[in-house]
Design a binder for this molecule. Sequence first.
Ligand SMILES: [Zn+2]
Length: 147
Amino acid sequence: MLGKLAKELRMLGYDTLYYRGEDGYPLIKLAREESRVILTRNSKLLPRKPEDRIVRLMDDKPSLQLRELIQKGYVSLNEEKLYSRCLLCNALLDEISRDEAEGKVPDFIFYQHKEFSRCPQCLRIYWPGSHLNHMIEKVKELLASTK
Ligand SMILES: [Zn+2]
């Protein structure tokens, strides 16, 4: 249910796992082992120890979920981390030369962009395109509105 939010968080550079199993103890255990915050829509998923950090998202819409996380202070804008992760795998991207991207991205993209990165797992190529700029604008607006 939080798949779109997971992609948005990765776009912002957050190390985000998408848990597809049943909510419950395995999820809490994984979060403890990897010091993760759990984001959930499930009101029955409750902390069992003081160190368990579980944030229950109130909204169904991804755009409102991101707003909720910003308002609660969990998400901010770190320009250096933007576009550092694969939106699908969560892996850290490798920067590649422009030459390496040639022929692997559409020509108009190749001529418009100088910087490219590649996911070491799925080999998808990324470039800082317009949806990244939209994302930055959106987060800046949300940050400004919560001050
Ligand atoms: Zn990938």
